[in-house]
Each structure stands twice: as C-alpha cells, then as structure tokens.
Design a protein around this ligand. Structure first.
Ligand SMILES: Nc1ncnc2c1ncn2[C@@H]1O[C@H](COP(=O)(O)OP(=O)(O)OP(=O)(O)O)[C@@H](O)[C@H]1O
Ligand SMILES: [Mg+2]
Length: 262
C-alpha cells in the first residue's frame, strides 16, 4: 500500500541543551501512515502527540528528521492537510454554513458549489437545519460536528485531529466516534481518508483505528505499534466484544509502567 505520510527519524527539542527549559519532546520517531489508513497516536500527557501532529501539519519544524506527504518533504502548512482541534476552532462570528464554506471560498469555488458541498457535509455530520446558527448557539458536540464538516468538506488528503473529542461529554463522545468514522469512510467514489488522530483514550484509539502508535513521555518515543483487527463498520457491538476489552487491557498494561506522576 502507498505511504501517505512518512515520518522519518523525527526529533524535536524545545530550548537548547543544558538550558533549564530544555525538553526532548520527540526522540527519533519513525512510522508511516498508509493511504486510507486511520492511525492514532496514543499516550499520556507530554509524550509529544501534539508536537508530532503540528510537525506533520507544518506548523512547527522538526529539529532533526523529515516528514513527507506523498513523498514530498513538508515545508509548511498546506491544503493537502486538514486539522481538527480540541477547541473546535470555529469562527464565532460566522454561521455553521459560513464556517464550513470558508476553506472552499478560499479555493475560489463558485458560491453555489461551495454551498452545495457545505450542505452535503453539514448533513453528513447530522446538522441539517442548523446551517444558519452561530457557534455560541450550538452545544459542544454540535460545534465539533461543524468543525469536522468544515475539515472534511475541504477534501484534504490527510486529516489531522488533535483530541477532537476531549472536551465532549462521555455519552456524546461515543456517538461522535461513529460520526468520525462515517465521514472518513469512502463515499461517492472518493477513497477513504488517511487520518492521523491524537487521543489519550485507549478505547477511543481502538474503536477508531487500524493501527495505534503507543507513545511514552520524556523523551517522547514510540513504545509499540498495535494493529487493531476488528471488522468495519464498527459500532456498539465492537465496543462490547470481549476482544475489544482484552486489547484495551493489554495496551493499558504496556503503558502503565511508563505513566509517571506529573
Ligand atoms: N512551544 C513549546 N515550548 C516548549 N516546550 C514545549 C512546547 N510545546 C510543547 N512543549 C513540551 O514538549 C512536550 C510534549 O508536548 P506535547 O504538547 O506535544 O504533548 P502531548 O502529548 O500533546 O500532551 P497532551 O496530552 O497534554 O496534549 C511537553 O513536555 C511540553 O511541555
Ligand atoms: Mg496535546
């Protein structure tokens, strides 16, 4: 399978060596995200998950090593990569429709086409009828659905998501996990999205992913890469299967010894 994102021996330092604020946020991290694959970065706070995602997004440079998207080294942000943040990052002065069409308008698509694509994606995340609401008129879950619709509507080659459900209550979170899988799936002749997803929830990582990159902090390193064999589409039955709980238990026992008090 073709490699979509290649992360090659990436190291990231904050501050100079010997400096009181020196942090080795990532230490020699390598792995590849295949085309159409869903990979989660899982690990405790401070293990460098956001740092790695920001390097892939082009928001930050690696101190050493290279990230390639479709074989080309990342030199900065680009429309081939779309990001969904924990705090929704919607423009508060724009409606749902205006937020979702924002990236499409930048691409100079005609207004009618922007609205058609936006409506399709707003409906896909279950928000049909809410097009003219402003973010403050929506629940946290609805705001995150809007942010998801906005990112996917731009049709990036790679979707980067940094704990998009961390601020969402536990009941809504399960429903939104299924929603994320739905929007990332192949549809209308478009291939399945390639997704790099950050979470510190073992269950969330298992539910969503094809593979899980388990990371440990200080310095941020890959502890292991775990394949998730469960069939798709995934649903409540997936979560209830004894194999699901068993895999969660195995990942927890591997991670446990690396979790130190902050
Ligand atoms: N801009 C920065 N300047 C200095 N240090 C930083 C900066 N950004 C991150 N760090 C440090 O790098 C390490 C990794 O941080 P990062 O935010 O990537 O972790 P994370 O795995 O995303 O954590 P969390 O789960 O809490 O979001 C931490 O020790 C953090 O303090
Ligand atoms: Mg983070």
């Amino acid at each position: 399978m073709a490699v979509k994102v290649g992360i090659e021996r990436v190291t990231k330092q904050y501050g100079g060596e010997g400096d009181a604020h020196f942090v080795l946020a990532l230490d020699d991290v390598s792995f590849a995200l295949d085309d159409g694959e869903f990979v989660s970065l899982l690990g405790p706070s401070g293990c460098g998950k956001s740092t790695l995602l920001h390097i892939v997004a082009g928001f930050e440079d690696a101190t050493q090593g290279t990230v390639r998207v479709n074989g080309k080294p990342v030199a900065g942000p680009g429309a081939d990569r779309g990001m969904v943040f924990q705090d929704y990052a919607l423009f508060p002065w724009m409606t749902v429709m205006q937020n979702v069409t924002f990236g499409l308008r930048i691409k100079n698509l005609p207004q009618r086409e922007c609205e058609r694509i936006a409506r399709e994606h707003i409906a896909l995340v279950g928000l049909a009828g809410f097009e003219n609401r402003f973010p403050h008129q929506l629940s946290g879950g609805m705001r995150q659905r809007s942010a998801l619709a906005r990112s996917v509507a731009n049709n990036p080659e790679v979707l980067l998501m940094d704990e998009p459900l961390a601020a969402i209550d536990a009941l809504t979170r399960n429903a939104l996990q299924e929603e994320i899988l739905k929007v990332c799936d192949a549809r209308d002749g478009r291939p399945r999205k390639s997704v790099l997803y950050v979470t510190h929830s073992i269950e969330e990582a298992i539910f969503l992913s094809d593979r899980i990159v388990v990371m440990t902090p200080r310095p941020g390193r890959i502890l292991e890469v775990v394949g998730v064999p469960f069939a798709r589409p995934r649903n409540d039955a997936t979560r209830l299967a004894p194999e699901f709980q068993q895999l969660a238990g195995e990942i927890w026992s591997t991670l446990k010894s690396h979790i130190k008090p902050n």
